[in-house]
Design a protein. Sequence first.
Lengths: 283, 172
Amino acid sequence: MASNSAGIRVTQIGVSDPFAADYQYVFNSDWPSLAIAYETVVQVPYTDGASVSATVTHGLGFYPLTMGWTILNGVSIGRTFATSGNLSSAQNDVTFSFDNDKIYFINSGLYNKVTYTISIKCYNVDISQNIDYTLPKFPTVSTPYDPTTGIKVSKYQKSIASKDLNDFILHSRAQSPAVLSIVTDVSVTPSGTRFIGYNNPANYTPWVLAFVGGPGQGTTYSPLAPGSQQSGYLFGILSATQAKSLGFAQARIQASFPTTKNFGSLVVLRDPLVLPNVLRVVY
Amino acid sequence: MRNDLGPISVSAPNTSLTTVEGQHLTFNTKYPFAKLDSTNKNSFQIITIFFNTEPPNPTGGPGTTTTKKTLVYQYKHGYTYEPSSWFLISTDNFVTVLGSEGTWLIGNASGASPAIAKFEVEVDSTYVNFYIDKQWTNTGSNSPPNIIGFSVNVRAYIFVEGLDGTSVPSHV
């Protein structure tokens, strides 16, 4: 349930603000949803042995949550991460890192010595700062979109009557992942292993993004893919039950070698306040 | 007036819009939100693919390494351009997250395994495509990578915003 603090809250018809469950809010400014502060598309050529193949300036002045998508022959082949043995081969060709001003790309050409197109989005979240928000409850019933109530803000010179969601800054027909927590604290196990961990009080498995580096170690962050050792780090996501069984945090970045304090960040996201479409396929 | 705020902005409790920074600025209409269309069922899905039959195997002879990539499922994402997308992959209903797009189902992540099966996700301007990409080094005595009986769970976000870099208004 929402707090009584000031803000913008829009509930479904028939539900009053002080009594609305979290999923009954069409919009609630208490939860910082991901907004795109900067984006670009960059060509990253194979540059044999170069330390940087391409650089772009985001100029935001903070360490933004940054995502990249690798595009080959006009098809997105997945998000761009630090090199990992657990990614498809071509995904390992281009890696990137970023600081509070620029994004740096390397095309190693391990698999294809070609120029890749990388699409970049920097979200308006500073991943170098710890923060924790109240935890919205996810929905238990599916609620259809109601076009008669809500909030929408169109982009400059776009019509408020447009049906294209691309024409809007904000539209309550759409949901955005919101930030639950950013964790940069480092814990040390008795064996000396350092890790950054998060446990979800609501017990469901949240969507978590991981970055290593940053001001605590060098100056740039790099994104990690979940599930494998990569560049000296392990990024794991487990169910609450499995985490308790194994004695791990539900989400963790683990460094198996001595490293400095604040060696990375976990960004924990809230699911949309709508139920997913569940589909079973037999091949 | 700050130039990094849109027409409507909200700061976190006990902070001031005149000085607030970062995530304490909880709402700011200067920047477009990343949007999942609640009326598009494909925008947020959990898809389970059960392999009741074996996708085709590489067929190289002894002493060779060959590959075979097979489209095992595709669906229309509902847009006419390449949307931004996120995927998480599991084989145990997310008790453990195995990886993101490009996950290995069989094989050692070091790349040294003779039998490898990867679950790859590609998104074009119409479809989300799931592939099984196999690699087999035929030693003469080993089997190709078989995934029959596997269930692969995919958690998928398909955003309204495309990958062409045009979501943020040009006047920002």
